[in-house]
Write a protein that binds this ligand. Structure first.
Ligand SMILES: [Zn+2]
Length: 422
């Protein structure tokens, strides 16, 4: 259901996203969620909101405990390794870091306090096995998020840690009610449903105003699983030679509420799309054409409206990207005809930079500046002199170039030059 987004405090957004369980490297399904959340956050920032983003690190649960026991290392040592790997991965994918990454192990007192409140209010009880359980039948709203029908459900008696972890840590950093909570659709039930039940029963207040869930990721049309041989971490793909930014582009380019089918063909075309954007920006730096007589300004305004309008509409990235590539094609046509002035190119370049604050795929584009023809001729002349071992002339030309501010370096790959800093 779509509704108009209204933050609790004007101009500010408080956002919580379920983070990784740090028992292994994160896989591309995890990163689909983290990239959707990154896009959402970047878009809110683009629209002028100040976003406070909290992402938990689940560093104690059955999987982390089992892993550390298997490797016979302390739990913290075991999880620290995967926390570090996670931060390396999100950096490679150009994911903006959250403001706080609370670790479950460092928030046990907050969880205990929340459980005590729930017990005092009669929502939680100690079972015969000594564990503490939540009495979902006492929370009449149970099921409101996932639309689960309680009578049909049998909740397993699992470790309660994960749900109480997200309730306790999100409220600690964002308040008892906050704006946005995200996660994969597989987290909706029971994880998020339980977060609501625990938090709202304890505080008597609404927990979260907007829930956003991203759909599953498939690989070559199948569920991703180790046993199908189609399971990939980011590192697996990088080892195959793929650029993390192309992976970023690909995982981000399908609307978050649609199932996403990862294919290697798709990854190749994602690489092509990123290259096209980078080449376009490079070309803008080089143009010295005539004025387009207002055409560039019209196209620029159209792109701003389309790109912005589609992302405002429940983050419709597909239409946003389509409008971007239409724009690139039309400006490229003008560039072909030499009808983009330096001033216009700089306006377009500025817009591309603002758009890249959201997409995060273009980055700094290295521009190779062309040497003025007369200087280039001197560089060539010196090269010939060097080949002929005419060192005197070569040195004289080098000195002549230096006088104009061009410094030459002889490298194994041939002669390089740079402008002397003024
Ligand atoms: Zn969570």
């Amino acid at each position: 259901m779509k509704e108009v987004f209204k933050p609790l405090e004007p101009g500010k957004v408080k956002m919580y996203t379920c983070g990784p369980t740090v028992y292994d490297y994160a896989h591309i399904g995890n990163f689909r969620a983290f990239l959707f959340e990154d896009l959402l956050k970047r878009w809110l920032v683009y629209r002028g909101f100040k976003v406070t983003h909290v992402m938990n690190l689940t560093d104690v649960d059955d999987k982390t405990i089992k892993g550390s026991q298997k490797e016979q290392v302390p739990l913290k040592q075991y999880t620290d390794f995967y926390v570090k790997a996670f931060f390396e991965d999100i950096k490679a994918l150009n994911i903006e870091p959250a403001d706080v990454y609370p670790r479950a192990t460092e928030h046990i007192p907050e969880m205990v306090a929340l459980i005590k409140t729930l017990m005092a209010k009669g929502y939680a009880y100690r079972g015969e096995d000594g564990s503490i359980y939540y009495a979902i039948c006492k929370f009449p709203d149970y099921g409101k998020l996932s639309k689960i029908i309680l009578a049909e459900t049998e909740l397993g008696r699992g470790r309660p840690g994960w749900h109480i972890e997200c309730s306790a840590m999100s409220m600690k950093y964002l308040g008892e009610t906050f704006d946005i909570h995200c996660g994969g659709v597989d987290n909706m039930f029971p994880h998020h449903e339980n977060e609501i039940a625990q938090s709202e029963a304890a505080t008597g207040k609404k927990f979260v105003n907007y829930w956003l869930h991203n759909e599953y990721l498939l690989v070559e049309g199948k569920k991703m699983a180790k046993r199908f041989g189609n399971f990939y971490t980011l590192r697996d793909l990088v080892a195959k030679g793929y650029d993390p930014i192309a992976i970023r582009y690909l995982l981000m380019s399908t609307h978050y509420r649609q199932q996403f089918n990862f294919t290697f063909e798709g990854l190749e075309s994602a690489k092509g799309a990123v290259d096209r954007l980078r080449n376009f920006v490079r070309r803008l730096h080089e143009t010295e054409g005539k004025d387009s007589k207002g055409k560039v300004a019209v196209l620029t305004a159209k792109l701003e409206a389309c790109f912005g309008g589609s992302l405002d509409d429940d983050l419709d990235i597909g239409i946003a990207l389509a409008s971007l590539f239409d724009f690139v094609r039309e400006i490229n046509n003008l560039l072909d005809d030499n009808r983009v002035s330096k001033m216009e190119a700089s306006d377009v370049g500025g817009l591309m930079m603002r758009i890249d604050e959201v997409l995060g795929v273009i980055g700094k584009v290295e521009v190779e500046e062309a040497l003025p023809a007369d200087i280039d001729a001197l560089v060539q002349k010196r090269e010939e002199a060097r080949k002929a071992k005419n060192w005197k002339e070569a040195d004289a030309i080098r000195a002549q170039l230096k006088a104009t501010g061009i410094v030459l370096e002889d490298t194994a790959q041939g002669v390089r030059w740079h402008k002397e800093k003024a």
